[in-house]
Design a protein around this ligand. Structure first.
Ligand SMILES: CC(C)(COP(=O)(O)OP(=O)(O)OC[C@H]1O[C@@H](n2cnc3c(N)ncnc32)[C@H](O)[C@@H]1OP(=O)(O)O)[C@@H](O)C(=O)NCCC(=O)NCCS
Length: 191
């Protein structure tokens, strides 16, 4: 059985390639307003990429959802401005939810503030949630990507996800940790 996805009070500071620094920490219920502010800044295209369809009231709905996660089955990490920089702002959020109770795989979703894309934050958040998934004993992480979301498709490939055409014309990506470790070992041995 998996360890439950609990949310201990863990945080650390990360530095992106161009030097910007952020605090990464688990989402808290009192993040609702800050999350809504972040989602409200999403461009229509980013909203579509994230939701895979248009949804009215996206920002409030997503903020409410993330502020009240099921701690037994979900985890979410936010990238915020540094401690002491007031008011605190959220620049990105990444989330995993177990596919079903007792499942050993989880589906991810990720979103970076539309005005802060292509700084490496999405990639950093993804590596963080994959480590989190491993720590919690999950065997695989999956996701669904719109076929025209080239940034996410490239990023998923770079992270080791394997892609296949899924339902509804979406690309289904899957990262099986044992399989990834084997591939990395093989590449290192071959090199
Ligand atoms: C998809 C999304 C999360 C990516 O976040 P981002 O911060 O813009 O992306 P990054 O800057 O981390 O990565 C961008 C690039 O660098 C690469 N990259 C970044 N850091 C890297 C690293 N350390 N090593 C290797 N590659 C890296 C990525 O593959 C990508 O390539 P590109 O810009 O040449 O296309 C963001 O664009 C977003 O929120 N989109 C809307 C929502 C969405 O599409 N979610 C995905 C479906 S749930």
């Amino acid at each position: 059985m998996n360890m439950p996805i609990k949310s201990p009070d863990r945080r650390h500071i990360v530095r992106l390639p161009a030097g910007e620094r952020f605090q990464l920490r688990y989402v808290r219920p009192d993040d609702r307003a800050k999350l809504e502010e972040m989602f409200a800044r999403a461009s229509p295209q980013d909203m579509r990429f994230r939701l895979l369809g248009a949804v009215r009231g996206f920002a409030a709905h997503m903020a409410e959802r993330f502020a009240h996660l099921d701690p037994g089955a979900e985890a979410a990490i936010v990238a915020t401005s540094l401690p002491g920089e007031e008011p605190e702002e959220i620049y990105g959020v990444v989330h995993i939810a177990q596919d079903a109770p007792e499942s050993d795989s989880a589906e991810y979703d990720v979103m970076v503030r539309s005005d802060f894309k292509a700084h490496g934050l999405g990639y950093r958040l993804m590596t963080e949630i994959l480590q989190c998934a491993r720590r919690r004993g999950l065997k695989a992480v999956t996701g669904y990507i719109s076929p025209d979301n080239s940034r996410m498709l490239v990023m998923a490939q770079e992270l080791g996800f394997v892609a296949r055409r899924g339902e509804d014309n979406l690309v289904e990506v899957r990262l099986d940790f044992d399989d990834l470790d084997r591939r990395v070992e093989d590449e290192l041995s071959a090199g």
